[in-house]
Every structure is written in C-alpha cells, then in structure tokens.
Design a protein around this ligand. Structure first.
Ligand code: ADP
Length: 241
C-alpha cells in the first residue's frame, strides 16, 4: 500500500543554528490518524513544514504520496491548517466569502453540504470572519483545507484557545473524517489526553523521534521517553486527562 508520507534520516537547522530536527525517520500509512506529541520548540511545526515542501531539509528525504517532495506537484491532495494564520488577510470578509463556497464541489462523498454540516458552519456563513471566536475561526480554516477534498489533512495545534466542549466535537469530527471518509489525519498537539483518546498512532518528538507506536501503548511510550531522559514527556503525561 502506498505510504502517505515517508521521511528518512531527516535533519534540519535554521541558518547556522543548532539542529532543530536530527535524524528523523517516520512513515504515515494512508488512512492513519497520527498524533505528533512534543513539548514547545521540539520541532513539530518545522517537521510539517518540511513535509509540505516549505522548508528544505539539510539531510534526508521526504516522500509525499509516493513521490519525492521536491518533485511532488499535487498539493491540492494535502490540506494544511497551520497554527498561526493571518486573520487580517480575511478582513472584513464573511465566512461565506472566505470559503468561496461556489468553489466547493457538490460531491456524494464529502462536498459543500457535508463540510458545512460537519463543521456546524451554517449559522455563521453571514458573519464576519474576524469577529468569530477562536474556535469558530478554526472551524472555518479546517473547512477551507477540506474544500479541496484532500487525502491528507495536517493540523497544527488546532484546539488552542478553544473551549473543551467545542474541542470534543471537533475531535469527533476528525474521527469521522478519518474513519468514514478515509482521510489520513496528522494532528500535532501537546494535549496528551486528546491524542490518546482520538488517534490510532503516535510519535513522540523532541528534536529526534523519541519513540513511535500505537496510541494504546502511549503510557509505555511516555515511560520510555522518560527513561531516555526526555523528562519533559513525563511532565506532560502528568497533565493529561
Ligand atoms: P514546535 O512546533 O514543536 O513548537 P517549532 O518547529 O516551531 O517547534 O520550533 C523548533 C525550534 O526552531 C524552536 O527552537 C524554534 O524557536 C525554532 N524556530 C522555529 N521557526 C524558526 C525560524 N523561522 N527561524 C529560526 N528558528 C526557528
């Protein structure tokens, strides 16, 4: 089966600084729901940016949907919701305008109605994007990523600043997208509780890959990371729920 993503021996540093990523190996199978967990500054965002071709690794290779990232040219097959986006760029558009709804194809699998329905956006369509709450804006950004009907959806800390109830619904939505529509989901989070509840596989990252495996093994993996002196994971585990 074709891998969604394959990275081997990746290393990266910004300018001449200390390496941010060292000797990273990992694979994502099509249909996976992978959580990437790690403390702030552990290189999670940088790793995603390399996979998306936004940064070039100093060493190593990345393949996206079976093709080398430098020659990959089907970026509409990938949806990306970055942690930080320019809210102002949508000023003062309504949600409907931001989404440019007429561009969403009406397909039987998941088209315009499904996206709006799944993300509960119907009542917000006429509202100004910048006046929405953080969680509502996040849902619009996810909708925007889904418009292209991507095979892989990458989300970077999607629930920061979103209340718990809205988070639960959002993660349930991601579960459905993965299970019912076969979308490969890669979720970056520092929320170990959410990761353990919703993903199938996990990778613990702290400049290098501490360990990876099935999510049900997460407690043991965190213990291993702790034994490897990645004490910060133990600390993070203590805050999971
Ligand atoms: P995470 O997503 O896990 O919080 P990042 O990938 O954002 O980690 O950052 C990893 C490290 O790289 C951090 O030390 C951060 O300060 C540094 N960094 C991130 N972006 C840049 C940049 N554009 N230039 C220089 N250093 C950066």
């Amino acid at each position: 089966m074709q891998k969604a993503i394959r990275a081997s021996s990746l290393s990266f540093s910004y300018q001449k600084g200390r390496p941010v990523l060292e000797d990273i190996d990992f694979e994502v199978e099509s249909g996976d729901f992978l959580g990437i967990v790690g403390p702030n500054g552990s290189g999670k965002t940088t790793l995603m940016r390399i996979i998306l071709g936004l940064e070039k690794p100093d060493e190593g290779d990345v393949e996206v949907l079976g093709k080398g990232v430098s020659t990959f040219d089907a970026w509409d097959r990938i949806g990306y919701v970055p942690q930080k986006y320019e809210r102002e760029q949508h000023f003062p558009a309504t949600v409907e305008e931001v989404l440019e709804l007429e561009k969403i194809p009406e397909e039987p699998d998941f088209g315009r109605e499904d996206i709006i329905d799944m993300l509960d956006l119907e009542s917000l369509l006429g509202d100004k994007f910048i006046e929405l709450s953080g969680g509502q804006q996040q849902r619009v950004m996810v909708a925007l990523a889904l418009i292209k009907n991507p095979e892989i959806l990458i989300l970077d800390e999607p629930s920061v600043g979103v209340d718990i109830q809205a988070q639960e619904e959002f993660y349930e939505f991601l579960d459905r997208l993965n299970r019912e529509h076969g979308v490969t989901v890669i979720l970056i989070s520092h929320d170990v509780g959410m990761i353990s509840e919703h993903t199938d596989k996990v990778m613990l990252l702290n400049r290098s890959v501490c360990c990876q495996g099935e999510t049900e093994e997460l407690p043991e993996l965190m213990e291993m990371a702790y034994d490897d002196e990645f004490k910060v994971f133990h600390h993070m585990g203590g805050h999971s729920h």
